[in-house]
Ligand binder design. Structure first.
Ligand SMILES: [Zn+2]
Length: 120
C-alpha cells in the first residue's frame, strides 16, 4: 500500500516537473521569437521611413498621397482593418478566378496578368 502511494507521488512529481520544464522552454522560445519579431519590425520601420523620405524629397509625394495609397492597399481584401490582405492568392483581372501560384497566365481564360511585386 505504502509502495503504491510512493510510486503515485513519484509519478505526480515527475509529471509536474516535466510540465514546469516544458512551460519554461515554451516561454523561452516565445521570448526569443518576440525579440526576433521586434528586431525585424524595427528594421522594417526604419527601411519604410527611409524609403518614404526619399520618395517625398526626390519625387514630391505627399503624406496625404501615402495615406490614400495605404488605404487602397488595405482595401484590397474589401476591409479597412490596418492589415494587408491575407489570402496570398492573386486573381485574374479578366475572369476573377484564382491564378496558379507564381503563374501570370490564367488557366481558365488565358489572360496574361501582371503579378504584384508584393503578393498579399
Ligand atoms: Zn481568367
Amino acid at each position: 500500500m505504502l509502495d503504491g502511494l510512493m510510486i503515485g507521488w513519484a509519478i505526480k512529481n515527475a509529471i509536474e516537473n516535466t510540465n514546469r520544464s516544458l512551460a519554461s522552454v515554451a516561454t523561452e522560445r516565445l521570448e526569443t521569437e518576440g525579440e526576433r519579431l521586434r528586431r525585424d519590425f524595427g528594421h522594417l520601420a526604419l527601411a519604410t521611413e527611409g524609403i518614404w523620405l526619399l520618395l517625398k524629397e526626390h519625387y514630391g509625394f505627399t503624406d496625404e498621397q501615402l495615406a490614400a495609397k495605404i488605404r487602397e492597399v488595405d482595401l484590397r481584401d474589401g476591409h479597412i482593418d490596418g492589415h494587408p490582405p491575407q489570402s496570398g492568392i492573386a486573381h485574374c483581372k479578366q475572369c476573377g478566378r484564382a491564378l496558379m501560384k507564381g503563374a501570370p497566365r490564367c488557366v481558365y481564360c488565358g489572360t496574361e496578368n501582371t503579378l504584384a511585386p508584393f503578393p498579399a
